[in-house]
Write a protein that binds this ligand. Sequence first.
Ligand code: ADP
Length: 168
Amino acid sequence: MSDESLEHIALCPGSFDPITEGHLDIIRRASKMFGKVIVAVSAEAGKQALFSIAERVEMATEACHSISNTEVDSFSGLVVEYARKRGAVALVKGLRAVSDFEREVQMALMNRRLAPEVYTVFLVTHPDYAFLSSSLVKEIASLGGDVEALVPASVLRRLRSKQDNCGT
Ligand code: ADP
């Protein structure tokens, strides 16, 4: 990457319900490519979100604490509008499989139409996390499966307390 890119701001947008090691791998790599990375937690995660927006932001903040040039924030509405507001030049997205590709390219082309000056950058997932998604983590955790290596400690704690509160 050029020195110039280190002055640029990038967004890593998502619902982060909850943040996983797969997300963190992408965020860590983006933080080496850009001067600042804003982890942008979408307030519109849908009705099926397990965690509230405040909880999702808190978990992401704790998890990104050790990655120096990151900031965690929430946004609602169009991601490209939020990118413009924050002066971000790029959206960094992770690609896991062909199934991600179709949806992500469609989204990237629509975002390009809406805001041609905001680029979408795709990073291919770390092979260890290619199967990992927030929804799978929630499903496995709710059935009592071990997700310890797949999420940061603060997420694991909260997943366990959700289970305790559900009486499982
Ligand atoms: P999910 O797709 O798991 O519900 P998000 O909506 O929070 O998660 O996704 C935000 C971004 O993180 C997307 O670009 C998605 O492709 C990426 N991402 C999610 N999980 C992984 C993973 N295991 N490896 C790489 N990228 C990922």
